[in-house]
Design a protein around this ligand. Structure first.
Ligand code: PHE
Length: 353
């Protein structure tokens, strides 16, 4: 009986055929299993001669099935090894590489440009109080920027009863720095040259406004500072940032409560191949001006509010939208894409670390 099955096992073409043979021989109702059950009804003498034979057959068939199964598996493996080739000399695929977000990239560029001009980098909290964000900056109670629809206020006030809010600009860093300097010098004051890049918040959203955006503040406090210093600094910064010497700046008279006089600053652009290019001929047919920042001479009230003497110290300040700068420099058209978290977008503008 074993011979019959051994022959079938040797001829089995695949795992399914092998399994069918196992069931027929060794399954619950298999031929050999049924034979084993007959041992119970035999006389002890019969059992002595038949038992080893039947058990031997069971063992031989079980072993043959296991051996054939092993052989089939190694055949399959050999077939795979023959067709699938792995070149161990190739470099590994490599982990996906992160890159710097355009906004971070621009912040780094700004810090570098201003470091060359002797400015240090300052920071301040994004959750501000009403006094640093508005009052100390000479912004009157009635100013529209204080309205709920422009500013994100927290429902609770702080321990001193002061309204808490998400800062609407980086200008409160001016206040914090000047107050620190006044405190450290006992009101005597010392020169300040700083930029303060960071997140700012306004309740606003369309293609060129997002509720969270980035600004860089600039503040210079020294003796004998005037508008000429402001204009030279901005011109030097913008030309370095856009890497062109032919960039023109236009200062337009404007109004901010914390600067007097105040100026909004536009950069001239030309159009090349249908695309706006910062620099070039702003007076050509399609060229024009684009606003990039607000600036002015720090208002004496602001200097006084911080504990410094405005008759001794003067300065200028500016506040510039970083996202706007990135859009202009790298040719992006929708500000909202900056904060969508779409990695395809980030990849497209991938700046290698
Ligand atoms: N804080 C102003 C704004 O957010 C910009 C500004 C900064 C203007 C400093 C003048 C001086 O619009």
């Amino acid at each position: 009986i074993a011979e019959k099955y051994l022959g079938q096992i040797a001829a089995a073409g695949d795992g399914d055929a092998l399994e069918a043979i196992r069931v027929a021989a060794l399954g619950k109702k298999g031929e050999i299993s049924l034979l084993l059950k007959t041992l119970g009804k035999m006389t002890p003498e019969e059992r002595q001669t038949e038992g080893p034979k039947i058990n031997g057959a069971r063992q031989a068939v079980a072993d043959a099935i296991a051996a054939r199964k092993d052989a089939m598996e190694s055949e399959a493996l050999n077939a795979r090894l023959a067709t699938e080739k792995l070149d161990m000399t190739l470099p590994p695929p490599g982990a996906p590489k992160g890159s710097i977000h355009p906004v971070s990239q621009v912040m780094d560029e700004l810090a570098e440009i201003f470091a060359d001009l002797g400015f240090s980098v300052a920071t301040g909290p994004e959750i501000e109080d009403d006094w640093h964000n508005f009052t100390a900056l000479n912004i009157p109670e009635t100013h529209p920027a204080r309205a709920m629809h422009d500013t994100f206020y927290f429902p609770q006030t702080d321990e001193a009863g002061m309204a808490k809010l998400l800062r609407t600009h980086t200008s409160p860093v001016q206040i914090r720095t000047m107050m620190d300097v006044a405190k450290q010098t006992n009101g005597a004051g010392e020169p300040i040259y700083l930029i303060a890049p960071g997140r700012t918040y306004r309740s606003d959203s369309d293609a060129t406004h997002t509720p969270m955006f980035h600004q860089v503040e600039g503040l210079v406090i020294d003796k004998g500072i005037h508008m000429g210093h402001l204009k030279w600094t901005l011109e030097t910064f913008v030309r370095a940032f856009f890497e062109r010497d032919d960039i023109e700046l236009r200062l337009r008279p404007s109004y901010f409560p914390f600067t007097e006089p105040s100026a909004e600053v536009d950069v001239g652009f030309s159009v090349e191949k249908g695309r706006r290019i910062i620099g070039g001929d702003s007076r050509s047919n399609e060229g024009g001006w684009m606003e990039i920042l607000g600036s002015g001479m720090v208002h004496p009230n602001v200097i006084r509010n911080c504990g410094l003497d405005p008759d001794v110290w003067q300065g200028f300040a500016f506040g510039c939208g970083i996202d706007r700068l990135a859009m202009l420099k790298y040719g992006m058209d929708d500000l909202r894409a900056f904060f969508d978290g779409d990695l395809r977008w980030a990849d497209h503008y991938g700046f290698d670390a």
